[in-house]
Write a new protein. Structure first.
Ligand code: DGL
Length: 275
């Protein structure tokens, strides 16, 4: 029987999943977290589904070895191809990806019924978001565009100003054109890195577009599963609420990760780990 005092495991291909960790911490202040960024093998977004599944299984395996009580796949690319695989491999451990919660939020948000999915090449071409949305609302019109340069911009810390704005226009302008009735009114930020570019994207897309970021909805799903499975911790543990692990370059993880987490990190806070 898993212990409610055990940590929640969260993994991503790198630092981007810290946006999901931040939402989890805010929603679940009594919980401890073990976060693994597979920085040695980032990006997952341009790799084949088989490779991403293999990497995801190894990363998840390390967290399971350390006794996590629930696993969150913060990476959209890995969630899109590996959630069932990991749930099966590590059953009965609850495994939660970000695609289903993000798809549910997009379906709830759209009024025009026309949604645009943005993500990595892997996420967009695999069609997991599209399937999850159509299962809920079969009449939706769904467009999808891979925006791999957004990952590089966010990693570089270029999250505002003319350069990210020009890139965003290039990726999105055509997608957002069209007569008002049929125009996209909801954009899914289907990648861990995209929420940090949100203000640029809001400027480019205009005030009629709603952005869906799966971090909040995923945190809500995790809270619900913990309660239903009687796994929620009832008291905070102030001693060590978050442990960070990276498979390469802890100093870079700390520097870039600060942007995603929203507060400064030091390299000594990041443990180097080999998979
Ligand atoms: N974490 C990935 C995602 O959310 C983005 C970075 C990568 O390609 O690995 O899809």
């Amino acid at each position: 029987m898993p212990d409610p005092l055990s940590p929640i495991g969260v993994f991503d291909s790198g630092v981007g999943g810290l946006t999901v960790l931040a939402a989890l911490r805010e929603r679940l202040p009594n919980e401890r977290f073990l976060y693994l960024g597979d920085t040695a093998r980032l990006p997952y977004g341009s790799k084949s589904p088989d490779t991403v599944r293999r990497y995801a299984r190894q990363a998840a395996g390390k967290l399971v070895e350390r006794g996590v009580k629930l696993l969150v796949i913060a990476c959209n690319t890995a969630s899109a191809v590996a959630v069932d695989d990991l749930a099966q491999a590590f059953a009965p451990l609850p495994v939660i990806g970000v695609v289903e919660p993000g798809a549910a939020a997009a379906c709830a948000a759209t009024r025009s019924g026309h949604v645009l999915i943005t993500g990595t090449e892997g996420t967009v071409s695999g069609g997991a978001y599209q399937r999850a949305m159509l299962a809920r609302r079969p009449n939706l019109k769904i467009d999808a565009v891979a925006c791999p340069m957004f990952v590089a911009l966010a990693e570089e810390g270029w999250i505002d100003g003319p350069i990210p704005e020009a890139v965003a226009r290039r990726y999105l302008e055509l997608e957002l054109a069209g007569p008002e009735r049929t125009r996209v009114d909801t954009v899914v930020l289907g990648c861990t890195h995209f929420p940090v570019l949100r203000s640029v994207l809001e400027r480019v897309c205009g005030p009629t577009v709603t952005f869906v970021d799966s971090a909040q909805t995923t945190a809500a799903v995790v809270a619900d599963v913990l309660t239903r499975q009687r796994l929620a911790s009832s008291t905070p543990d102030p001693s060590n609420p978050v442990q960070l692990l990276a498979t390469d370059a802890p100093a870079r993880f700390a520097r870039v990760g600060s942007v995603f987490l929203g507060h400064p990190l030091t390299p000594t806070e990041v443990e180097l780990l080999d998979l």
